[in-house]
Design a protein around this ligand. Structure first.
Ligand SMILES: [Zn+2]
Ligand SMILES: [Zn+2]
Length: 248
């Protein structure tokens, strides 16, 4: 008979019951008293927090005098400003993938805590928090909308009302494989504004939460619709920024 390794068994059961608070969500190292927000001391020191960024979209790029990246120079956006907590490097990609594709739902809390900390330093005063909606059947398959989980948690923590202002009405191709021009085309007309919120958003400041900002096409399409329905200002805050390493 195979000998049971009780230590290992206990570890596996604990991982199942309490996946949080045991291992660093970024690198898998055991947490200790120097860890914070389910993140080990080493990761806290070395994670790619964005400190210098494009003043418009928050891309972690080398800055020129005017502080705006090439993507922002070439494009007009309907949101006022966008910011992200992390550059989208390997460790951040890996945790975002676990959250989105491996059903590790619990990650919304530590990840939204990083977003919340960023928000507390950003000089904006949103009246309403919203998220990027998923197409219904896709959300059912995944079991949840990762942006919604983070946005709801953030809203509760910051005592700002949360509403799903838009619905995704077209199951378009994934943005991941497309270039900038195709991304813009691909999101056209895929969202609709939920009319019951029209009065509520009049002259209000809206904050859109998402996991990854790449070219800004998705958040821009949502911003266009929300703006057309009467909001005053729109800001975007994402966990990670996928645009970077480009020279000005
Ligand atoms: Zn770590
Ligand atoms: Zn930019």
């Amino acid at each position: 008979m195979k000998k049971i390794n009780f230590g290992k068994l206990k570890e596996n059961i604990l991982d199942l019951l309490y996946p949080r608070h045991i291992k660093c969500i970024f690198c898998g190292e055991e947490l200790n008293e120097k860890s914070y927000n389910d993140t080990c001391e080493t990761c806290l020191r070395t994670l790619p927090f964005i400190t210098h960024s494009c003043s418009r979209c928050g891309a972690p790029v080398a800055l020129d005098n005017d502080g705006v990246c090439l993507n922002c120079k070439a494009n007009n956006f309907d949101f006022n400003l966008a910011r992200s907590v992390f550059a989208y490097t390997d460790r951040v990609v890996s945790v975002v993938h676990k959250f989105k594709y491996n059903r590790m739902r619990f990650l919304y809390e530590p990840l939204a805590n990083f977003i919340s900390e960023y928000l507390s330093t950003w000089e904006i005063s949103p009246d309403i928090i919203t998220c990027v909606p998923l197409y219904e059947s896709k959300q059912k398959r995944r079991g949840y909308n990762q942006s919604e989980l983070m946005a709801r948690y953030l809203a509760e923590k910051s005592k700002i009302p949360f509403h799903i202002l838009c619905t995704k009405i077209v199951d378009n191709a994934s943005q991941a494989e497309l270039d900038l021009k195709r991304r813009k085309e691909n999101v056209k007309g895929v969202y609709k504004f939920n009319n019951e919120y029209r009065q509520m958003i009049k002259n209000k400041t809206i904050l859109i939460i998402d996991d990854v900002y790449t070219t800004g096409s998705t958040c821009n399409e949502l911003s266009k619709i929300i703006k057309a329905n009467g909001s005053k200002e729109i800001y975007v805050l994402t966990l990670a920024h996928g645009l970077g390493n480009q020279k000005l």
